[in-house]
Design a protein around this ligand. Structure first.
Ligand SMILES: NC(=O)c1ccc[n+]([C@@H]2O[C@H](COP(=O)([O-])OP(=O)(O)OC[C@H]3O[C@@H](n4cnc5c(N)ncnc54)[C@H](OP(=O)(O)O)[C@@H]3O)[C@@H](O)[C@H]2O)c1
Length: 308
Protein backbone atom coordinates (compact mmCIF):
# COMPACT_ATOMS: atom_id res chain seq x y z
CA UNK A 1 0.00 0.00 0.00
CA UNK A 2 1.33 3.49 -0.90
CA UNK A 3 2.25 5.76 2.02
CA UNK A 4 0.65 9.10 2.83
CA UNK A 5 1.05 12.04 0.45
CA UNK A 6 1.65 15.51 1.95
CA UNK A 7 1.17 18.46 -0.42
CA UNK A 8 2.88 21.76 0.39
CA UNK A 9 1.83 25.09 -1.08
CA UNK A 10 4.19 28.08 -1.32
CA UNK A 11 7.12 25.73 -1.95
CA UNK A 12 9.61 28.51 -2.78
CA UNK A 13 9.10 30.47 0.45
CA UNK A 14 11.19 30.13 3.62
CA UNK A 15 8.95 27.47 5.12
CA UNK A 16 8.43 25.68 1.82
CA UNK A 17 12.18 25.39 1.23
CA UNK A 18 12.72 24.26 4.83
CA UNK A 19 10.13 21.52 4.38
CA UNK A 20 11.86 20.45 1.16
CA UNK A 21 15.19 20.14 3.04
CA UNK A 22 13.58 17.88 5.64
CA UNK A 23 12.22 15.50 3.04
CA UNK A 24 15.32 13.32 3.42
CA UNK A 25 14.57 12.91 7.16
CA UNK A 26 11.00 11.71 6.87
CA UNK A 27 9.77 8.16 6.68
CA UNK A 28 10.55 6.76 3.19
CA UNK A 29 6.91 5.81 2.68
CA UNK A 30 5.79 9.46 3.02
CA UNK A 31 5.66 11.41 -0.25
CA UNK A 32 6.11 15.18 -0.14
CA UNK A 33 4.70 17.14 -3.08
CA UNK A 34 6.09 20.68 -3.13
CA UNK A 35 4.21 23.15 -5.33
CA UNK A 36 5.14 26.79 -5.96
CA UNK A 37 2.70 29.47 -7.06
CA UNK A 38 3.15 28.52 -10.75
CA UNK A 39 1.91 24.96 -10.05
CA UNK A 40 -0.72 25.85 -7.44
CA UNK A 41 -2.09 29.37 -7.07
CA UNK A 42 -4.19 29.29 -3.90
CA UNK A 43 -6.32 32.24 -5.05
CA UNK A 44 -7.63 30.16 -8.01
CA UNK A 45 -10.24 27.49 -7.24
CA UNK A 46 -9.45 25.80 -10.59
CA UNK A 47 -5.75 25.62 -9.82
CA UNK A 48 -6.48 24.13 -6.38
CA UNK A 49 -8.89 21.54 -7.81
CA UNK A 50 -6.40 20.49 -10.50
CA UNK A 51 -3.52 20.05 -8.04
CA UNK A 52 -5.63 18.07 -5.57
CA UNK A 53 -6.95 15.84 -8.35
CA UNK A 54 -3.48 15.24 -9.76
CA UNK A 55 -1.62 14.55 -6.51
CA UNK A 56 -4.43 13.14 -4.31
CA UNK A 57 -2.81 14.22 -1.02
CA UNK A 58 -3.83 12.98 2.42
CA UNK A 59 -2.73 16.25 4.02
CA UNK A 60 -2.17 19.77 2.64
CA UNK A 61 0.19 22.17 4.44
CA UNK A 62 -0.51 25.75 3.37
CA UNK A 63 2.62 27.88 3.72
CA UNK A 64 1.65 30.18 0.82
CA UNK A 65 1.00 33.73 1.94
CA UNK A 66 1.41 37.43 1.25
CA UNK A 67 4.11 38.22 3.84
CA UNK A 68 5.11 41.83 3.02
CA UNK A 69 3.82 43.31 6.29
CA UNK A 70 4.43 46.99 5.47
CA UNK A 71 3.47 46.76 1.78
CA UNK A 72 0.14 45.21 2.82
CA UNK A 73 -0.90 48.62 4.21
CA UNK A 74 -0.95 49.97 0.64
CA UNK A 75 -2.11 46.69 -1.01
CA UNK A 76 -4.93 45.59 1.31
CA UNK A 77 -6.95 43.89 -1.46
CA UNK A 78 -4.06 41.68 -2.54
CA UNK A 79 -3.14 40.81 1.05
CA UNK A 80 -6.77 39.99 1.84
CA UNK A 81 -7.18 37.87 -1.31
CA UNK A 82 -4.08 35.74 -0.64
CA UNK A 83 -4.19 35.59 3.17
CA UNK A 84 -7.89 36.04 3.94
CA UNK A 85 -9.90 34.49 1.10
CA UNK A 86 -7.62 31.93 -0.58
CA UNK A 87 -7.09 29.77 2.55
CA UNK A 88 -10.88 29.37 2.71
CA UNK A 89 -10.95 28.19 -0.93
CA UNK A 90 -8.23 25.68 -0.14
CA UNK A 91 -10.04 24.48 3.00
CA UNK A 92 -13.33 24.07 1.11
CA UNK A 93 -11.60 22.05 -1.62
CA UNK A 94 -9.94 19.85 1.04
CA UNK A 95 -13.28 19.40 2.85
CA UNK A 96 -14.95 18.22 -0.38
CA UNK A 97 -12.30 15.56 -0.93
CA UNK A 98 -11.71 14.37 2.66
CA UNK A 99 -8.20 15.88 2.78
CA UNK A 100 -6.74 17.15 6.07
CA UNK A 101 -5.34 20.71 6.18
CA UNK A 102 -2.67 22.50 8.20
CA UNK A 103 -2.67 26.26 7.71
CA UNK A 104 0.17 28.51 8.88
CA UNK A 105 -0.64 31.80 10.57
CA UNK A 106 1.06 34.49 12.63
CA UNK A 107 1.49 36.23 15.98
CA UNK A 108 0.44 39.44 14.16
CA UNK A 109 -3.21 38.38 14.61
CA UNK A 110 -2.67 39.95 18.08
CA UNK A 111 -2.16 43.65 18.79
CA UNK A 112 0.59 42.98 21.33
CA UNK A 113 -0.94 45.01 24.13
CA UNK A 114 -1.25 42.02 26.50
CA UNK A 115 1.29 41.78 29.30
CA UNK A 116 1.36 37.95 29.13
CA UNK A 117 2.09 35.54 26.25
CA UNK A 118 -1.03 34.97 24.15
CA UNK A 119 -2.95 31.72 24.69
CA UNK A 120 -4.12 29.69 21.71
CA UNK A 121 -7.73 30.68 22.41
CA UNK A 122 -7.10 34.36 23.12
CA UNK A 123 -9.37 36.53 20.95
CA UNK A 124 -7.54 37.87 17.90
CA UNK A 125 -7.16 41.63 17.63
CA UNK A 126 -4.84 42.49 14.72
CA UNK A 127 -3.33 45.97 14.49
CA UNK A 128 -2.23 45.84 10.81
CA UNK A 129 -3.69 44.98 7.40
CA UNK A 130 -1.42 41.91 7.27
CA UNK A 131 -2.64 40.77 10.70
CA UNK A 132 -6.28 41.38 9.72
CA UNK A 133 -5.85 39.40 6.51
CA UNK A 134 -4.24 36.46 8.35
CA UNK A 135 -6.93 36.51 11.03
CA UNK A 136 -9.61 36.41 8.31
CA UNK A 137 -7.77 33.45 6.74
CA UNK A 138 -7.83 31.51 10.02
CA UNK A 139 -11.57 32.06 10.32
CA UNK A 140 -12.20 31.08 6.69
CA UNK A 141 -10.22 27.85 7.14
CA UNK A 142 -12.01 26.81 10.33
CA UNK A 143 -15.41 27.67 8.84
CA UNK A 144 -14.85 25.56 5.70
CA UNK A 145 -13.01 22.68 7.39
CA UNK A 146 -13.39 22.70 11.21
CA UNK A 147 -11.01 19.74 11.60
CA UNK A 148 -8.10 21.84 10.23
CA UNK A 149 -5.01 22.68 12.24
CA UNK A 150 -3.89 26.32 12.38
CA UNK A 151 -0.24 26.74 13.39
CA UNK A 152 0.62 30.32 14.38
CA UNK A 153 4.29 31.19 14.39
CA UNK A 154 6.40 34.34 14.67
CA UNK A 155 9.52 36.19 13.46
CA UNK A 156 10.49 33.52 10.90
CA UNK A 157 14.13 33.42 9.83
CA UNK A 158 16.42 31.00 8.00
CA UNK A 159 19.10 30.78 5.34
CA UNK A 160 16.30 31.02 2.75
CA UNK A 161 14.43 34.00 1.27
CA UNK A 162 14.27 37.41 2.90
CA UNK A 163 14.27 37.78 6.65
CA UNK A 164 15.70 39.74 9.57
CA UNK A 165 18.84 37.61 9.91
CA UNK A 166 19.79 38.12 6.27
CA UNK A 167 18.99 41.84 6.45
CA UNK A 168 21.24 42.18 9.53
CA UNK A 169 24.11 40.40 7.77
CA UNK A 170 23.80 42.71 4.77
CA UNK A 171 23.58 45.86 6.91
CA UNK A 172 26.45 44.61 9.07
CA UNK A 173 28.67 44.54 5.99
CA UNK A 174 27.50 47.98 4.78
CA UNK A 175 27.50 49.98 8.02
CA UNK A 176 29.47 50.41 11.21
CA UNK A 177 26.50 51.55 13.33
CA UNK A 178 22.92 50.30 13.47
CA UNK A 179 19.84 51.29 15.49
CA UNK A 180 17.53 48.39 16.35
CA UNK A 181 14.11 48.38 18.01
CA UNK A 182 14.29 47.12 21.59
CA UNK A 183 10.68 47.43 22.79
CA UNK A 184 9.05 44.74 20.63
CA UNK A 185 9.32 41.30 22.22
CA UNK A 186 8.68 38.02 20.42
CA UNK A 187 9.97 34.57 19.56
CA UNK A 188 12.31 34.31 16.56
CA UNK A 189 11.43 31.02 14.86
CA UNK A 190 13.91 29.10 12.73
CA UNK A 191 11.99 27.92 9.65
CA UNK A 192 13.41 24.34 9.71
CA UNK A 193 12.24 24.05 13.37
CA UNK A 194 8.73 25.08 12.26
CA UNK A 195 8.96 22.67 9.33
CA UNK A 196 9.74 19.81 11.72
CA UNK A 197 6.64 20.63 13.77
CA UNK A 198 4.49 20.86 10.63
CA UNK A 199 5.60 17.40 9.52
CA UNK A 200 4.91 15.95 12.96
CA UNK A 201 1.43 17.49 12.86
CA UNK A 202 0.88 16.11 9.36
CA UNK A 203 1.86 12.64 10.55
CA UNK A 204 -0.68 12.95 13.38
CA UNK A 205 -3.37 13.85 10.89
CA UNK A 206 -2.45 10.88 8.70
CA UNK A 207 -2.68 8.59 11.75
CA UNK A 208 -6.10 10.05 12.63
CA UNK A 209 -7.28 9.43 9.07
CA UNK A 210 -6.11 5.83 9.20
CA UNK A 211 -7.81 5.38 12.57
CA UNK A 212 -4.53 4.50 14.31
CA UNK A 213 -4.50 7.63 16.48
CA UNK A 214 -5.90 6.86 19.90
CA UNK A 215 -5.83 10.49 20.94
CA UNK A 216 -8.67 12.94 20.62
CA UNK A 217 -9.00 15.10 17.54
CA UNK A 218 -5.97 17.37 17.10
CA UNK A 219 -7.86 20.13 15.24
CA UNK A 220 -7.76 23.81 16.14
CA UNK A 221 -5.17 26.47 16.89
CA UNK A 222 -1.57 25.76 17.99
CA UNK A 223 1.35 28.08 18.63
CA UNK A 224 5.00 27.55 17.78
CA UNK A 225 7.58 30.25 18.53
CA UNK A 226 11.30 30.16 19.11
CA UNK A 227 12.54 30.55 22.66
CA UNK A 228 13.56 32.42 24.74
CA UNK A 229 11.52 35.54 23.95
CA UNK A 230 13.72 38.46 22.97
CA UNK A 231 13.60 41.94 21.41
CA UNK A 232 14.75 42.66 17.84
CA UNK A 233 17.79 44.33 19.43
CA UNK A 234 18.66 41.19 21.42
CA UNK A 235 18.07 39.04 18.35
CA UNK A 236 20.41 41.27 16.27
CA UNK A 237 23.11 41.17 18.96
CA UNK A 238 23.17 37.37 18.89
CA UNK A 239 23.22 37.31 15.06
CA UNK A 240 26.26 39.60 14.99
CA UNK A 241 28.06 37.76 17.82
CA UNK A 242 27.70 34.46 15.99
CA UNK A 243 28.47 35.96 12.54
CA UNK A 244 31.80 37.31 13.86
CA UNK A 245 32.57 34.00 15.57
CA UNK A 246 31.97 32.14 12.30
CA UNK A 247 34.03 34.64 10.27
CA UNK A 248 31.05 35.79 8.24
CA UNK A 249 31.73 39.35 9.43
CA UNK A 250 35.09 40.86 10.34
CA UNK A 251 33.53 43.08 12.99
CA UNK A 252 30.05 43.59 14.44
CA UNK A 253 28.55 47.06 13.93
CA UNK A 254 27.88 49.18 17.01
CA UNK A 255 24.26 48.62 17.97
CA UNK A 256 22.00 51.25 19.55
CA UNK A 257 18.73 50.19 21.17
CA UNK A 258 15.83 52.39 20.06
CA UNK A 259 12.06 52.48 20.65
CA UNK A 260 9.36 51.69 18.12
CA UNK A 261 8.46 55.39 17.99
CA UNK A 262 12.01 56.14 16.77
CA UNK A 263 11.57 53.69 13.86
CA UNK A 264 8.16 54.40 12.30
CA UNK A 265 6.87 51.82 9.79
CA UNK A 266 3.67 51.78 7.67
CA UNK A 267 2.33 48.73 9.60
CA UNK A 268 1.85 48.77 13.34
CA UNK A 269 3.63 45.83 15.00
CA UNK A 270 2.77 44.14 18.31
CA UNK A 271 4.91 45.24 21.26
CA UNK A 272 4.57 41.88 23.01
CA UNK A 273 3.76 38.94 20.78
CA UNK A 274 5.08 36.01 22.78
CA UNK A 275 2.87 32.94 22.38
CA UNK A 276 1.83 30.28 24.90
CA UNK A 277 2.64 26.86 23.45
CA UNK A 278 1.00 24.42 25.87
CA UNK A 279 -1.32 22.84 23.29
CA UNK A 280 1.58 21.91 21.01
CA UNK A 281 3.60 20.51 23.92
CA UNK A 282 0.61 18.44 25.02
CA UNK A 283 0.11 17.02 21.52
CA UNK A 284 3.69 16.33 20.42
CA UNK A 285 5.59 16.32 23.73
CA UNK A 286 7.82 19.27 24.66
CA UNK A 287 10.96 17.12 24.26
CA UNK A 288 10.15 16.46 20.61
CA UNK A 289 10.16 20.17 19.73
CA UNK A 290 13.31 22.17 18.95
CA UNK A 291 12.73 25.84 19.79
CA UNK A 292 16.12 27.43 20.53
CA UNK A 293 16.52 30.24 17.98
CA UNK A 294 20.21 30.65 18.92
CA UNK A 295 20.85 27.19 17.45
CA UNK A 296 18.76 28.25 14.45
CA UNK A 297 21.03 31.27 13.94
CA UNK A 298 24.08 29.00 13.97
CA UNK A 299 22.53 26.62 11.43
CA UNK A 300 21.46 29.50 9.17
CA UNK A 301 24.92 31.09 9.30
CA UNK A 302 26.69 27.79 8.62
CA UNK A 303 24.42 27.18 5.63
CA UNK A 304 25.04 30.70 4.31
CA UNK A 305 28.79 30.23 4.78
CA UNK A 306 28.67 27.04 2.72
CA UNK A 307 26.82 28.85 -0.07
CA UNK A 308 29.56 31.51 -0.39
N1 LIG B 1 8.01 35.52 7.57
C1 LIG B 1 7.66 35.72 8.84
O1 LIG B 1 8.34 36.41 9.61
C2 LIG B 1 6.40 35.08 9.36
C3 LIG B 1 6.03 35.32 10.70
C4 LIG B 1 4.88 34.70 11.20
C5 LIG B 1 4.12 33.87 10.37
N2 LIG B 1 4.50 33.70 9.08
C6 LIG B 1 3.64 32.86 8.23
O2 LIG B 1 4.40 31.73 7.86
C7 LIG B 1 4.00 31.28 6.55
C8 LIG B 1 5.21 31.10 5.66
O3 LIG B 1 5.97 32.30 5.67
P1 LIG B 1 7.34 32.40 4.88
O4 LIG B 1 8.24 33.25 5.71
O5 LIG B 1 7.78 31.05 4.42
O6 LIG B 1 6.84 33.26 3.65
P2 LIG B 1 7.57 33.60 2.28
O7 LIG B 1 9.01 33.25 2.36
O8 LIG B 1 7.18 34.99 1.93
O9 LIG B 1 6.88 32.57 1.28
C9 LIG B 1 5.53 32.66 0.94
C10 LIG B 1 5.37 31.96 -0.38
O10 LIG B 1 3.99 32.02 -0.73
C11 LIG B 1 3.94 32.18 -2.12
N3 LIG B 1 2.65 32.72 -2.57
C12 LIG B 1 2.19 33.99 -2.50
N4 LIG B 1 0.97 34.07 -3.06
C13 LIG B 1 0.65 32.83 -3.49
C14 LIG B 1 -0.46 32.28 -4.16
N5 LIG B 1 -1.49 33.03 -4.51
N6 LIG B 1 -0.45 30.96 -4.45
C15 LIG B 1 0.61 30.18 -4.11
N7 LIG B 1 1.71 30.66 -3.51
C16 LIG B 1 1.73 31.96 -3.19
C17 LIG B 1 5.06 33.13 -2.44
O11 LIG B 1 5.37 33.02 -3.80
P3 LIG B 1 5.98 34.26 -4.61
O12 LIG B 1 7.43 34.25 -4.25
O13 LIG B 1 5.67 33.91 -6.02
O14 LIG B 1 5.27 35.51 -4.12
C18 LIG B 1 6.16 32.62 -1.52
O15 LIG B 1 6.96 31.65 -2.17
C19 LIG B 1 2.97 32.31 6.07
O16 LIG B 1 1.70 31.85 6.36
C20 LIG B 1 3.25 33.53 6.93
O17 LIG B 1 2.11 34.34 7.08
C21 LIG B 1 5.62 34.26 8.55
Amino acid sequence: MAGPVILITGAHGQLGQSLACLSANIHPSVELVLLGRAELDITQAGSIALALKQHRPDVVINTAAYTAVDKAESEPETAHLINGIAPGLLAAACAERGIALIHVSTDYVFDGLASQPYAEDAPTCPASVYGQSKSAGEQAVLAALPSSIILRTSWVFSQFGNNFLKTMLRLGRERTELSIVDDQIGGPSYAPHIAQVLLQLAERLCESKQGTDKQQSSSGVYHFAGQPSVSWYGFAQEIFDQAVELDLLAQAPTLTAISTSQYPTPAKRPAQSSLQQGRLDALLGAQAIERDWRRGIKQSLLALKQMR
